[in-house]
Design a protein around this ligand. Structure first.
Ligand SMILES: [Zn+2]
Length: 165
């Protein structure tokens, strides 16, 4: 099954970031009004995520896929999104399937000895990390550090609450 693609509205920056880390293709539209969001998604290729009940109602009346975020707790919201779209399992985060948190670009592996890694990664990180990834669009470098362990705790929690296990 193909992963759904999302559009997150301006209020959902943190959720958009998490979805990208999980590997979901997620447009984040900060400072974009409802008309524009609907126009952008008129081909219905993405699911609009919003806390705005008006945008939700309008999207549904136009048959545009939309999911209303109603909870305050971030991980609870992510769990309801996964359940709604029948995602049964999120892979442990290794950056392999992750998308860039800044621009939603795909990541590709990049060798440790390449100038882009050597020039952009702190020396301390180079001492203990071997695998690096680069955003194909904005060139930002990613690696598995302590933030990945934190994210994986969240992934474990979500996985426990979705799927058929
Ligand atoms: Zn990027």
């Amino acid at each position: 099954m193909a992963y759904p693609k999302f559009i997150a509205d301006g209020m959902l920056g943190k959720i958009a970031k998490k979805l990208r880390i999980f590997g979901f293709d997620t447009e984040y539209l900060a400072n974009t009004d409802d008309n524009t969001i609907i126009k952008i998604n008129f081909d219905k290729k993405r699911i609009i995520l919003t806390k705005d009940r008006q945008l939700y109602t309008r999207s549904l009346s136009l048959n545009i896929p939309c999911f209303l975020i109603t909870l305050e707790n971030e991980s609870e919201n992510l769990i309801t999104i996964m359940k709604e779209y029948n995602i049964e399992f999120i892979f442990h985060i290794t950056n392999k399937y992750t998308r860039c948190t800044l621009c939603n670009g795909a990541l590709e592996t990049v060798t440790k000895s390449s100038p882009t890694v050597l020039n952009n990664v702190p020396q301390k990180v180079l001492e203990y990390v071997d695998n690096f990834y680069k955003c194909v669009i904005c060139q930002r470098i990613y690696w598995n550090g302590t933030h990945v362990n934190e994210i994986n705790k969240l992934v474990d929690r979500i996985n426990k609450n979705i799927g058929k296990k």
